[in-house]
Design a binder for this molecule. Structure first.
Ligand SMILES: [Fe+2]
Ligand SMILES: [Fe+2]
Length: 458
């Protein structure tokens, strides 16, 4: 099976190529980052290919142009289009499903199982034979290489990561689901490490998580900031909020980074028709841009920078988590600080609502492909406490995810800054009182990082 594969992000491409070669060992993949070059090769020798797999949005021409050539020349080659956007409105695709019975459309992020299933279907099951008779016997401890530079965009992966030593032995450098520092990755890349290794048995878990994250990042980058969204909260109000934070010790450059990410995420939410209609149904869209959610975003980005857990993907995920964490709360509770005492003053309905809001808001995040995996967990855990007295799952300092612990602390600090009118001395005192409480397990690092960020207001 000879496949022509076109994708403009080499990091995503490498992962898909590893996946395809792993599942179909006899396949031969010709990869192009540049759509124009792929089209030239196809024009020159179309008989060389049995299948075309192409991303829809490429940097110069689009996947639709490549498809138009295949269908216009009646080459009879099945075509799989991978798309993060709804490409059905593109006129060049009007005859997509008629032009070959085995053409297929896959919405990004595409999982390993979806892709292999479609490749099998596109090649009419021939690949089943290839797979059964030619699959070499595999050893699950065998290591698969993956480009080290994709790790600059992420801060955790759901599998163990190894480094290959000169003598051919492997050492584990990152544990399954551990949040790692970008400094470590940077150092290794500078030493000339081009690839890390994962166990063959974990390849599908790894590829699903990384391709989902990378394709969301790509999509976000391609969107421009929409002035309409920016004006929802007037620029002036945002400036006041930021200047208050500057006097509390926050860094101007980091607040700017946070601003850009928040604006991009708001834009992405507005551009996803599915997500937006869901938000509109609840008439809650404006909640995403309240002082509280902005403030939590600024603080979480500052905490993560200080920790160097600041890969693009983590910052994007945590800003979405900050924007959505209290989403299901009714308006009457959104900007209120609810302490244990105040909880008893709420009506039964409000109380019920308050106690279920992490689960409900998390559910929203989980429901949509445009929100990266992992965000739902951080939202779900933002009210968990070190001593296991939080809600909804009574996790403790060890069982909470370190990024959820960071979100919890950012949320708490946003409430304190509000309560004490941005008086950093009082906020620091309050946080110092809880020092012992938060100096445990996964709360410890984000707590220290938060305290390093805050300074006494002069
Ligand atoms: Fe909350
Ligand atoms: Fe909150």
């Amino acid at each position: 099976m000879r496949i022509l594969y076109v994708e403009d992000d080499p990091n995503i491409a490498e992962i898909y190529i590893v996946m395809i070669s792993d599942r179909f060992p006899l396949s031969e993949i010709t990869y192009h980052e540049n759509g124009q070059k792929a089209l030239q090769e196809l024009k020159l020798a179309p008989e060389r290919f049995d299948l075309v797999i192409s991303d829809y949005k490429l940097s110069n021409i689009s996947g639709a142009d490549i498809f138009a050539f295949v269908s216009g020349q009646m080459l009879g080659i099945p075509f799989i289009i991978l798309s993060g956007l709804d490409c059905s409105s593109d006129e060049k695709f009007s005859n997509f499903f008629d032009s070959h019975v085995r053409n297929a459309l896959l919405l990004k992020p595409v999982s390993l199982s979806e892709l292999t299933e479609k490749i099998e279907w596109c090649t009419g099951g021939e690949s089943d034979l290839l797979k059964i008779y030619n699959r070499p016997s595999q050893n699950n401890d065998e290591k698969i290489a993956t480009r080290s530079d994709s790790f600059m965009k992420i801060n955790s992966v759901p599998c163990d990561i190894f480094l290959r030593l000169r003598d051919g032995k492997y050492v584990k450098i990152i544990n399954n689901n551990e949040v790692f520092e970008s400094r470590l990755i940077q150092k290794l890349i500078m030493k000339g490490v081009t690839h890390f290794y994962i166990n063959r048995s974990e390849i599908s878990k790894y590829s699903d998580s990384v391709t989902s994250t990378l394709s969301v990042l790509m999509k976000v980058k391609k969107n421009k900031i929409d002035d309409v969204q920016k004006s929802q909260l007037t620029n002036k109000a945002i400036e006041v909020l930021k200047s208050n934070l500057l006097t509390c010790g926050f860094n101007k450059g980091i607040l700017k980074v946070a601003d850009e990410i928040v604006n991009l995420q708001l834009e992405m939410i507005a551009s996803s028709s599915e997500l937006e209609s869901y938000l509109n149904k609840f008439q809650n869209f404006r909640k995403l841009n309240t002082d509280h959610t902005r403030l939590v975003s600024y603080i979480i980005v500052s905490i993560l920078h200080e920790l160097t857990w600041n890969s693009e993907s983590t910052l994007h995920k945590m800003c979405v988590a900050a924007l959505l964490h209290d989403f299901s709360l009714p308006d009457s509770l959104i900007d209120k600080v609810i302490t244990d005492n105040k909880l008893n003053e709420l009506t039964d309905d409000e109380k019920k609502n308050y106690l279920s809001h992490p689960e409900e808001s998390s559910h929203l995040a989980q429901h949509f492909d445009s929100i990266a995996t992992g965000v739902e967990q951080f939202i779900l855990e933002h009210h968990e406490l070190p001593d296991g007295r939080g809600f909804p799952n009574k996790l403790n300092f060890n069982s909470i995810h370190p990024l959820s612990a960071s979100l919890h602390l950012a949320d708490l600090t946003a409430d304190l800054l509000w309560e004490y009118d941005f008086n950093s001395e009082q906020v620091i005192n309050k946080l110092n009182e809880k020092r012992q409480y938060y100096q445990r397990g996964h709360f410890r690092k984000p707590y220290d990082s938060l305290m390093n960020t805050l300074k006494i207001k002069k």
